[in-house]
Design a protein around this ligand. Sequence first.
Ligand code: CA
Length: 222
Amino acid sequence: MRILVVEDDALVADAIRRGLETAGYAVDRVESAEHATGALAAEAFDLAIVDIGLPGIDGLSLLQRLRRDGLALPVLILTARDGLADRVNALDLGADDYLVKPFALPELVARCRALIRRSRSAASAQLAIGPLVLDLGAHRVIVGDSEVELTRREWAVLECLALNAGRVVAKDRLLQAIANWDAEIGANAIEVYVSRVRSKLGNSVPIRTVRGIGYRLDESAR
Ligand code: CA
């Protein structure tokens, strides 16, 4: 899962990044609405965190523009002002949630998790595909009766496949799910992560290779 943080304040942005990365998300940050528009047009993000107070175009105008352009990704608005009008405005313009600064990191992380879950229209935090059970909140993986330990990136790969179970997920999409811009990861790395996930999960969880495109987690075991 990949999150775009639109925040000009480096200290706040770094704290947010650390909190979200610890929780297992890939995080990229831009400092302005203009850069955010470019990033969102170029790459797939699962959520955007947008500060209202930005240099140039402000966060609310950015939100308005994104919704006008038909972008449906969940947006969490950050505001330093605790004015009611700002919050109402944000929601009216299509924000999915907001947080007033200063906020506690665990609350931000929990809200992000909830927004992403809701946007995937998963009714519960658990995803079951045959013998595979993913606890999306706690990042736990259970196959049959045993818990399987995955690294952060292995988890991200499996989560992306599971949320798209039955459909082919392109290698690029998986790459975007695990890596931010700073990470030096080649497309071949995806093959490595998928093969590690396969060997940890065993044969009862079929992750198929779709030659030249990507991978598909079969629902057939359901
Ligand atoms: Ca700001």
